[in-house]
Design a protein around this ligand. Structure first.
Ligand code: NCD
Length: 314
């Protein structure tokens, strides 16, 4: 069965459908209704890179739906340290599970794993490549705030060079006719091949270094962490660390309904003063990872979600 490696694996109709499924699953994610749609199914969590939200929300999603999870655990205590190849690891876990969520430092690793596996692979981040399950929760959060995705003006800011979340998200937003403003230091610009690909799909893309000046008309400001672990050269990182520090005082001129998002973890790019403003949406965004991943797990496992979810007391 096919997995989810990049956003190209989903049509716009499927995206909207999955977001609708996710919305109906909100009471299940909150623990108000128990809906064991995935009873007897096993998710394999294979995280070869650090993760808090992605790994834990996959686990929460599976458990809230009555399923089970096995974890590779710490890479240092697995056979990876004995020199086992990714191909062999995947072959094994393929036999233990019904579906795999994987994160790996190497770009392209998720596709490689899908080629080696029978079960669907959910790409939880492949190096600086893609992060499509994050994009689904990002789209859910944007739709929740604005009621739709079409034609919004979205500022994507920070590390656009190495940030996989913004690579996947910008592809998806363009398909819904959004205007994109890429705000980054010169060193961390969106890769040229991504910009030209987006433009060839008719996207209206603006590039700037001036984050604060580009927020006035925005519906969404999506901040990102500078991906320290991807820099080959520490001096280069030092030159762009702390490039943007969004503070509540920068928000006085923005639209009332503009939302500030961040895939988290944040370092210093969003000051805690923003947390208490009406614009902050990053913690809800992280919670939305549970519903988005529930909907994706069901979809890829071929389990339909009831049109109406009602439950009695637990
Ligand atoms: C992101 C990632 O791993 O790409 N985190 C996440 O999944 N929420 C962003 C980051 O690490 O900066």
């Amino acid at each position: 069965m096919a997995g989810l490696i990049t956003m190209d694996d989903l049509t716009n109709e499927q995206i909207i459908d999955i977001l609708g499924d996710a919305e109906r699953l909100l009471p299940v994610a909150r623990g108000e209704i128990y809906l064991p749609l995935l009873q007897g199914r096993i998710l394999g969590n294979l995280f070869f890179e650090p993760s808090t939200r992605t790994r834990m929300s996959f686990e929460t999603a599976m458990k809230r739906l009555g399923g089970d999870v096995i974890n590779l655990g710490d890479v240092k205590t697995s056979s990876v340290v004995k020199g086992e190849t990714l191909y062999d690891t995947i072959q094994m876990v393929d036999g233990y599970t019904d579906i795999i969520a994987m994160r790996h430092p190497r770009q392209g690793a998720a596709q490689y794993a899908q080629d080696a596996a029978q079960v669907p692979i959910l790409n939880g981040g492949d190096g600086a490549g893609h992060h499509p399950t994050q994009t689904m929760l990002d789209l859910f959060t944007i739709k929740q705030a604005h009621g739709h995705l079409d034609g919004l003006r979205v500022v994507l800011a920070g590390d656009l060079r190495y940030g996989r979340t913004v690579h996947s998200l910008s592809h998806a937003l363009v398909r819904f006719g959004c205007d994109l403003i890429f705000a980054s230091p010169d060193l961390l610009k969106m890769p040229e091949e991504i910009v030209s690909d987006l433009r060839s799909h008719g996207a209206n893309v603006t590039e700037t270094e001036d984050l604060y000046g580009s927020m006035a008309e925005a519906d969404v400001v999506y901040m990102t962490r500078i991906q320290k672990e991807r820099f080959a050269d520490e001096d280069e990182y030092a030159r762009c660390a702390g490039a943007y520090k969004l503070h509540a005082r920068h928000l006085s001129e923005v639209k009332q309904d503009m939302i500030v998002m961040h895939p988290l973890p944040r370092v210093d790019e969003i000051d805690p003063s923003v947390d208490k403003t009406r614009h902050a949406r990053y913690f809800e965004q992280a919670f939305n990872g549970v519903v988005a991943r529930m909907a994706l797990l069901c979809r890829l496992l071929g389990v339909p979600i009831p049109a109406k979810i009602e439950g009695g007391a637990l």
